[in-house]
Design a protein around this ligand. Structure first.
Ligand code: GTP
Ligand code: MG
Length: 185
């Protein structure tokens, strides 16, 4: 079975749930307390879709502005950018333009962009269909809604992986080299 690898980076304001989405997809777990990401974290998950093994490397960036110059070097090899906002924070939605503009200048031309509205389990929604409609008309990115808490994250990542497979399939990974231990007779 062929094995390929995608690099996926998550961007967006602080506290909107980027790390929680990554933890939910990588480990199926959710932490209710908030530990702000320092710089960038990487998590890996092997996924199987349509007889294809896909290694997903998730680059979880810090939302805090002070880390942005450090983080910028990690955009060079990415295949997908997940632009995350919190559906209960209109400010996090408005900040998306800034994150997308920044990511556009740093990513390769084949990189695909997706929008994710997170925290749909919470009451007090502040981002409404009409805000989204105008925005999506303009950018044409695929849009998903998630709750990292309640865990509907798996089908969203699967849809993203399927979309990536439709448009850009990297060279299969080479199998690990066979280590020769030498011969002792
Ligand atoms: P930075 O690392 O600072 O950029 O933040 P982040 O975007 O990685 O946010 P993080 O995943 O650390 O989540 C921030 C807080 O929101 C934590 O207390 C999480 O438990 C909470 N949280 C994340 N996703 C959800 C969600 O879908 N629902 C609810 N109710 N809380 C969430
Ligand atoms: Mg984080």
């Amino acid at each position: 079975m062929k094995k390929i690898e995608y690099n996926v980076i998550l961007v967006g304001a602080s506290g909107i749930g980027k790390s929680s989405l990554v933890n939910q997809f990588a480990h199926g777990s959710f932490q209710p307390f908030y530990t702000s990401t320092i710089g960038i974290d990487r998590k890996i998950r092997d996924f199987e879709v349509d007889n294809m093994k896909v290694k997903i490397k998730m680059w979880d960036t810090a939302g805090q502005e002070r880390f942005q110059s450090l983080v910028s070097q990690y955009f060079r090899n990415v295949d997908a950018v997940l632009c995350v906002y919190d559906v209960t924070s209109h400010d996090s939605f408005q900040q998306l333009r800034k994150w997308i503009t920044r990511a556009r200048t740093l990513t390769p031309s084949h990189a695909q962009f997706f929008l994710i509205g997170n925290k749909i389990d919470l009451p007090g929604r502040r981002v409404f269909t009409e805000d989204l409609f105008t925005y999506l008309e303009e950018c044409k990115y695929q849009h998903f809604e998630t709750s990292a808490k309640q865990g509907n994250v798996e089908p969203v990542f699967e849809a993203i992986i399927r979309q990536l497979l439709k448009t850009y399939v990297p060279e299969p990974l080479s199998p690990p080299p066979v280590v020769s231990r030498g011969c002792c007779f």
